[in-house]
Design a protein around this ligand. Sequence first.
Ligand SMILES: [Zn+2]
Ligand SMILES: [Zn+2]
Length: 398
Amino acid sequence: MLDAVLTFLSQGLLNAGWGTMLIYTLVLTQLTIFTVTLYLHRCQTHRGVDLHPLISHFFRFWGWLTTGMVTKEWVAVHRKHHAKVETEEDPHSPQIFGIKKVFFDGVSLYREASMIKEDLEKYGRGTPNDWIERKLYAGHPYWGPVVMAVIDLALFGVVGMAIWAVQMIWIPFWAAGFVNGIGHYWGYRNFESADTARNLIPWGFWIGGEELHNNHHAFPSSAKFALRKWEFDIGWAAICVLRAVGLAKVLRVAPALDVRPNVHLPDAETLKAVLTHRFQAMTDFYREVIVPTLRDEAQHAGESLKAVPRRMRLALADGGRWLDSEGRERMQAVLAKRPNLSTVCDFRARLSALMEQRGADQALKGLQQWIHEAEQSGIHALQAFAQRLKGYGVASAA
Ligand SMILES: [Zn+2]
Ligand SMILES: [Zn+2]
């Protein structure tokens, strides 16, 4: 009897080798990542994709079994993150809490945020509330991981507990710590969005495509996160497979930018496209106007571009929004010595303010005036940008 128990504890039912256990762990954790990105995030939170009941029921079960997270809580915390991004009300902004706290203790931040009842009602609307949700998934969220522990133990014996621990740490580490923390801290930006979101790497395959966090913040309801030709989003690949077999319906993808030729006066379509693609426009402004102007002035003064430190150059992209007061003073000193750079930075600030303006007529008049003045500025890069901005149009879906 004792022998049988010891054999079971050391081998489990499968007596599997290390390779099998590794593949098992990777497949199960990948399914959990898909549950988060496809079901909780793209479907439930942002409604970018509709999943067939067969698939959503599987993901609901899988999320309960392997994470114990409750759909309504996850959705509410994440919608609030988008609504209040980088403010004191953002549940997990590294700007507010510091990167260390969000990276190492993102789970506590999530737990605290998920306990605010009013937020659950306000931001968690439209999530499942059927019998199985009330009685099991939301009613007893921790039973799922307990059942998972029993399964791992039964299949692999004591080693199964290590596999279970990896499964349990997977989402807290990759989603709460990595995407919520590093995704607002390190990486590249395609879009000058009004937050610090960054794309970690262009090939989003490990965390289901969530690595492309800057793209996601620029177009939150897009079911597709890869928005450049060289980017890859495995979550989108999975959606395409599900769509091909009738198990998913794509509701929204980010619109593409069209630039129409020969537009002399910006019209309503220009305004619509500029607003839709405002983060792209601001990125273009930085790359095509601010950087060349800075380079030109440096050349004229016979100094290197590096006379302005890299951190300061990057901060010019958003008017120094994330700098502290000392950093802002240094930025003012940089601008004071460079009249053209100062002018284009003023134009950037005015364009950014225009995009926040309410009232279409006022906004269009403001845009026409902005473009007119930019064309008269005598700064070549700014004139070329204004010329292109006039032609902005919304193309059909990408
Ligand atoms: Zn974010
Ligand atoms: Zn989101």
